[in-house]
Design a protein. Sequence first.
Length: 234
Amino acid sequence: MCNQGIEAEFKGTLIETNDFTWDLGLNLTHYKNKISYLPDERKTMVVDGVPGYSSGNYYYGEGEALYTYRIKKYAGVAEDGQALYYKNVKDENGKVIGRETTTKYDDADYYLCGTALPDLYGGFNTSLAYKGFDLSVDFTYQIGGQVYDGDYAGMMSSPTASSKGTNFHADLLNAWTPENKNSNIPRFQFGDNYTTASSDRFLTSASYLSLQNINFGYTLPSRVTRTLNISITL
């Protein structure tokens, strides 16, 4: 395994006067990850020309990043509203020479579809102080990486005999129908098990910005604390 990256932290005071102070802080981490070696006995399959092995939706192959997705690729909607998936086209020697689409999920091939690892992550904060009042705000963030949205996939599934009480997503209102043939969402048909089969259709960006903490306070002037016989220990 080979990991390379950089971590950086920046802190500074943007404004400072007798009554007002504004501070800002930022930290970030960027790294690249690569599997540098696999023993031959772990190379049990080949995906996109890369020998390696799979575990769940992840693929581990030499030269690939950790947590690379190995998953079938969604190709849109067929003329009759069924979900389409990609499959490889091979020549007489078994060499992949192209791709075609199929409505048969079991015939579709697996592909490498990015990684769950982010390009950049970290946090930042800001604090302001004015005549005894102070305000501090902290955020965390991530840029890049992918996550499989299983909850969304579940709510986009076609109904079955056991669907009583199941939630359905509002996006299903735009599903394929004979009057809505340009939709990229397959038909909503009872018992269709492949409408939301596992594919890169449900890989979504893992980028986020999260508000972690807000603090607001006021520090009593020393003349007030002395009058009240209150001592402040910092």
